[in-house]
Design a protein around this ligand. Structure first.
Ligand SMILES: CC(C)(COP(=O)(O)OP(=O)(O)OC[C@H]1O[C@@H](n2cnc3c(N)ncnc32)[C@H](O)[C@@H]1OP(=O)(O)O)[C@@H](O)C(=O)NCCC(=O)NCCS
Length: 168
């Protein structure tokens, strides 16, 4: 079955932690671009806590058989005090499930939900050393919104932005 057309999103709870850890392990190629290349429960719990603190929507991406194959975390509005600005905090798909159209389909669904919530623009950060992701976001209509910034964890990221709804 075509997973890109048949995925589902759902909120995760503590019972999903083992599957989440497996998923993070299947994304260690991506984690290796940042300060902490090895997946751990501490890292998973940390991302969940960041999402909660920021008012995020941390969702699991499931295939038609109910297997967790990705995660997405976004703030539907009010990012950095701007009611009309949404922010995609995290999008991560297990390595074996990439390059098959799933990311594209998930982003379209996130954008649909954010638009429905009333935001007019979506921002995100992408690491300067993650060229495939930069290409991915460019193809989805996101554009660089400022110079690269260095963060306390040692990563350097570019802010990207897409206008999804012009104010009337
Ligand atoms: C980035 C990511 C979410 C994209 O999801 P995906 O399911 O692999 O993407 P898709 O299969 O929908 O591909 C969408 C497009 O990107 C292209 N693409 C995907 N992976 C690519 C790669 N490694 N190099 C170049 N292009 C790539 C596809 O050809 C496709 O092209 P199109 O826009 O012309 O249609 C996924 O690869 C991922 O989870 N990567 C690791 C984590 C990460 O980098 N997250 C983003 C952090 S900002």
């Amino acid at each position: 079955m075509n997973t890109a057309a048949n995925f589902s999103l759902r909120t995760l709870d503590d019972s999903d932690l083992p599957a989440l850890l497996e998923l993070y392990r299947a994304c260690e190629d991506f984690l290796a671009l940042g300060p902490c290349p090895r997946a751990s429960l501490e890292m998973v719990r940390g991302d969940l806590a960041i999402s909660r603190e920021n008012g995020g929507t941390f969702q699991g991406i499931f295939d038609p058989d109910g297997r967790l194959i990705g995660v997405a975390d976004w703030i539907a509005g009010g990012f950095e005090g701007e009611p009309a600005t949404a922010f995609i905090e995290l999008l991560m798909i297990a390595a074996p499930n990439r390059s098959a159209g799933l990311g594209r389909a998930v982003v379209a669904e996130i954008e649909r939900r954010i638009r429905q919530a009333g935001a007019q623009r979506i921002e995100l950060g992408v690491q300067v050393n993650n060229l495939p992701a930069q290409r991915f976001w460019l193809r989805r209509g996101y554009r660089s919104a400022g110079p690269p910034r260095k963060f306390a964890d040692g990563t350097t990221a570019i802010r990207m932005r897409k206008v999804i709804h012009e104010p009337a």
